[in-house]
Design a protein around this ligand. Structure first.
Ligand SMILES: Cc1ncc(COP(=O)(O)O)c(C=O)c1O
Length: 398
């Protein structure tokens, strides 16, 4: 086998596999509704696009310095952390990366040694368990409980700690469950991290998408000690519908940021100059479009969850953040489609795709086998049609 051991340990993304299959079915002329991807359906706001166009027209199309991000954007990021999260970083404590996924990887690459353990609570975003493997680290999966809103408790965190534990991955608001950690919950997790000197990689990419008056908090803001151990990852992809621009950013101690920059500089030099200019406009320009999108997601969220709960056997809690419903679908495991028995979330999603023509992602990919993930980041019209199809397909099972 010519590939490295680390690469051999990495699994391809389930989400991308399903999306690719749905895309292939579409190319074959099949009318599939894809609710599998994690991408807002809105266009990038015009003022942000204009900033990108201006950057091109003004010739801002060359290598940029410093490689850790143009000063204008780093200053905008510092202001954003201060304004939204109560976190004071200087420009040496932030770095601009090519998407939040890249930020997460650089943090892992900068801090994880072979054999180090990384605690990852379920349900986890698929990428979390693969990135530590790429550098020889060991993902340690910790099951959370439905009674606790699928959130990690301090006891569960503490029990998973060994002498080799180096980092905790935390995602709030969560992809896939939509759970949002309250400030007190973060404070008690931060206390455990500080007691044991464990880094917390806090993925806050869905920060702007919270509902029902729930507030987003960053674990880094819990105490100065927690801030010193936190690597706060955020980006413009979800809040500003800029997935293709590939801009993520990180706030952490100067030492960690310097480590991440070392890797970034040898890997990609720096993120796109044009996208960096657009990201300045996203963070500093008018913010109305964020609220318009959030309200649309909110309406779709309530509709989708209501429709799901109206289907016999399905249980879906109303997610407080992000743009996914994460229903418990175990009532359908063991049911038959012709002579096929649908044993688990993978078989059920396969059935919904081939027979119902709706692409959802099996919970197995996120480490909780009883669920499936359905994105509501698509038009109300498509969501209505998709819910009709899911209801009919599930109703046809024996
Ligand atoms: C939890 C989470 N973190 C990070 C990302 C990646 O964001 P970006 O597109 O900025 O790399 C995603 C995208 O799906 C996500 O769901």
């Amino acid at each position: 086998m010519p590939l490295s051991h680390n690469v051999q340990r990495v699994q391809p993304s389930v989400t991308m596999q399903i999306s690719a299959k749905a895309a292939q079915m579409k190319r074959d002329g099949i009318d599939v509704i894809a609710l599998s991807a994690g991408e807002p359906d809105f266009d990038t706001p015009q003022n942000i696009k204009d900033a990108g166009i201006r950057a091109i027209e003004e010739g801002f199309t060359k290598y940029t310095t410093p490689g850790s991000g143009i000063i204008e954007l780093k200053e905008a990021i510092c202001r954003k952390f201060d304004r939204d999260n109560g976190l004071v970083y200087n420009t040496d404590e932030v770095i601009v990366n090519s998407g939040a996924k890249h930020s997460l990887f650089l943090a892992v690459a900068a801090l994880i040694n072979p054999g180090d353990e990384v605690i990852i609570p379920t349900p986890y975003w698929v990428t979390y368990i693969e990135q530590p493997r790429l550098v020889g680290g060991e993902p340690v999966i910790v099951e959370t409980r439905v009674e606790n809103g699928l959130k990690l408790t301090p006891d569960e965190f503490r029990q998973a700690i060994t002498p080799r534990t180096r980092m905790l991955f935390l995602c709030s608001p969560s992809n896939p469950s939509g759970s949002v950690y309250a400030r007190e919950e973060l404070e008690s997790l931060a206390a455990v991290a500080v007691e044991h000197g464990i880094y917390v990689l806090s993925d806050e990419i869905y920060e702007k998408l919270v509902y029902d008056g729930v507030e987003h908090h960053s674990i880094a803001a819990c105490s100065p000690e927690a801030k010193a151990l936190s690597i706060v990852v955020n980006g413009v992809s979800k809040a500003y519908s800029m997935t293709g621009w590939r801009i993520g950013y990180t706030g952490a101690s100067e030492e960690i940021i310097a480590g991440m920059n070392k890797v970034q500089s040898q890997e990609i030099s720096h993120p796109s100059s044009i996208s960096q200019k657009a990201a300045v406009e996203a963070l500093e320009g008018p913010q109305e479009s964020v609220e318009v999108m959030r309200q649309a997601f909110d309406e779709r969220r309530r509709y989708m969850v209501e429709r799901l709960n109206a289907i016999e056997g399905i249980e879906c809690t109303l997610p407080k953040g992000a743009f996914y419903a994460y229903p418990d679908v175990t009532a359908y495991y063991g049911r038959r489609a012709g002579d096929r028995v649908l044993a688990d979330s993978v078989a059920l999603c396969e059935y919904l795709l081939t027979e119902g023509k709706v692409a959802c992602v099996p919970g197995a990919g996120f480490g909780t086998h009883q669920h499936m993930r359905i994105s509501y980041a698509t038009s109300m019209e498509l969501i209505e049609a998709a819910m009709d199809r899911v209801e009919a397909a599930l109703g046809a099972l024996k």
